[in-house]
Ligand binder design. Sequence first.
Ligand SMILES: [Zn+2]
Length: 278
Amino acid sequence: MNTNLYLKIKEKIEEADAIVIGAGSGLSTSAGINYGTKDFDKLFPELVEKYGFTDMYTSSFYDFETEEERWSYWAKHINYLCIGRNAENVYKDLFEIVKDKDYFVLTTNVDRQFLASGFKDEKVFEVQGALTKIQCANACHNKLYDDTKMIKEMLKEDKDCRIPSRLVPKCPVCGGNMEVNLCKDNFFVEDDYWHEHEKSFKKFINENKDKKVLFLELGAGFNTPGIIRYPFEELTYELKDAFLIRVNDKYAFVPNDIEDKALEVQDDIAKVIKEIRN
Ligand SMILES: [Zn+2]
């Protein structure tokens, strides 16, 4: 146990005027929200048998023959990673650490764990969408629809990896197919809610640019480094009193030009958060 390191992190959090949390997939992985192969065959034997799927990630790119099969899959995917899941401990611990501070969250995670753990909606910008929202697959209009009720109904009526045709969602505007609101191509819909949150994030940075601002980066690797990792490095460099704490079990290194304003914490995020909460 690296007590000095934890003390240093705690001190940085205490003295910060503002905390910007940047959370990537590594945070949810450490929370036990697993897209990987562990237990996949036990959780979804029917998906293994019918399609030969091995994990939640690669299976999400499968080209299903029918919408009935596609939504049967997505109902299971969304329920397992999001709707059927309570707030995980690492997120709850994180909330306890920052709840009395001035904070803002920027995340690429789509599992809605921040909101489930008590973080205020107006302070969480989910850049790449959310599993509880669907959109027109052709992006014919920029409105999103909550899928929570729909997914539960699909799960109830699912049979042999198919849902009944009457439950297949259709776009209320063009009549075409619907899609989960996940940023994977040019059809990703950014609605008013998304734009408001983007604006709030920029405002938060601007309001705190001359203060002691702490960038607390958790599990943001190199899948989409342009969203959290690189901007956090740039802001740490540019803002006079900024400091970066980069927690990552593989890629905790920081560039040389900010090494005096940063802390590399190469460790399991859940463990680190638990230690600094105590
Ligand atoms: Zn449409």
